[in-house]
Ligand binder design. Structure first.
Ligand code: SAM
Length: 280
């Protein structure tokens, strides 16, 4: 295995700094620096971007991002035990790594970043979906980021790229696919992590589109999709009763049979329905 930088191997970093993994912080570390460099390469052209990393931990992916040429990395880490190890990385890459200690759900990173911005993270599983939904639903589009390269549990990754008719198809797929190109770029078995989690993982790369794939008001679309999939086994005329008094007419006008179920309807259909509901 070739070294990607002059810093010590991650196993040694973890031993030196006493970074025993904590389940409560979703800590499953990647220790293979060739693998973290490979993940970094999926994030696109880093040399012209600032990269926001959530949860650097002992710094495996951080080192991958920097050795692959990221212009700057801003890393937000909740576990203060990791800060000395991250400081060693900052010293090895002068001026290119800034670390903020704190909760990624509470910190606004934008003041510390210069566009273009890419996000790359091996996310803590307990906040991964919440962060993704926030990044996909900013007040205005295009968002602050050009791309997201994120590790998820495989089942969540599959929900992001799911197509109509599949069990995984739902709100996350529609949110992601409305305004991004989303694809799974890497699959990882539990053994790739220390300690190994119970399930497999996958890296999803999402690229922000300049504008949504189909026209629709974001709030209306969100409301319709949430209602439709809250009762996914019901026919849409029942599941969407609360969204418009004349929902059967609206469904027909959008080219959808009132007896269809949410998981049969493609993105284009939901956008047409959101436009019809906004019109009424
Ligand atoms: N990036 C490292 C790697 O790939 O080995 C660690 C990934 S580990 C799955 C998730 C990291 O997120 C941990 O270092 C954990 O301490 C951190 N973390 C957990 N909750 C967080 C939060 N709310 N805000 C910021 N970091 C958090």
């Amino acid at each position: 295995m070739s070294a990607i930088d002059s810093l010590p191997p991650l196993r040694q970093v973890i031993a030196d700094h006493g970074l025993s993994a904590r389940k409560s912080l979703g800590q499953n570390f990647l220790l293979d620096l060739n693998l973290t460099a490979k993940i970094a390469r999926q994030a696109g052209n880093l040399s012209t971007s600032d990269v926001l990393e959530i949860g650097p931990g002992p710094g495996g992916l951080t080192r991958g991002l920097l050795s692959e040429g990221a212009r700057r990395v801003l890393a937000i880490e909740k576990d203060h035990r990791c800060l000395p190890a991250l400081q060693d990385i900052a010293n090895a890459y002068p001026g290119r790594l800034q670390v903020i200690e704190g909760d990624a759900l509470e910190i606004d990173p934008l003041a510390h970043l210069t566009p273009p911005i890419r996000v790359a993270a091996n996310l803590p599983y307990n906040i991964g979906t919440e962060l993704l939904v926030r990044w996909l639903t900013p007040p205005a589009w295009p968002p602050f980021w050009q791309s997201l390269t994120l590790m998820f549990q495989r089942e969540v990754a599959e929900r992001i790229v799911a197509t109509p008719g599949s069990k995984a198809y739902g709100r996350l797929a529609l949110l992601a696919q409305w305004r991004t190109d989303a694809r799974i770029v890497l699959a990882l078995p539990p053994e790739a992590f220390t300690p190994p989690p119970k399930v497999s993982s996958a890296v999803v790369h999402l690229t922000a589109l300049d504008k949504p794939r189909f026209e629709a008001d974001a709030a209306v679309l969100n409301r319709v999709v949430a209602a439709a999939f809250n009762q996914r086994r019901k026919m849409l005329r029942a599941a969407l009763k609360s969204t418009a008094p004349d929902i059967e007419d609206r469904l027909r006008a959008a080219g959808i049979a009132p007896t269809d179920r949410a998981e049969q309807i493609p993105l284009e259909g939901f956008c047409a329905l959101a436009r019809e509901i906004a019109r009424s």
